[in-house]
Design a protein around this ligand. Structure first.
Ligand SMILES: [Zn+2]
Length: 70
């Protein structure tokens, strides 16, 4: 079963969700394990896609300064 990376839009917690393709097809809307928010979006690289609102958000790399200072 594939896992998908999600991020909470409220507290920023990242977590993995296991779901079958058919479950994914019906639309995943997992709750944040940390704060219980349903405002969660799937992570694609540095982007988070919030299926509920259709929003796409850019997230800087966790920890902050890894790749920005050149
Ligand atoms: Zn949260």
């Amino acid at each position: 079963m594939p896992t998908y990376e999600f991020q909470c839009g409220d507290c920023g917690e990242r977590f993995d969700v296991r779901a079958s393709f058919s479950e994914k097809d019906r639309g995943l809307n997992p709750k944040c394990p940390k704060c219980g928010s349903e405002n969660t979006g799937q992570v694609f690289g540095n982007l988070v896609f919030f299926a509920k609102s259709g929003e796409v958000a850019f997230t800087p790399p966790a920890g902050g300064s890894c790749c920005s200072a050149r």
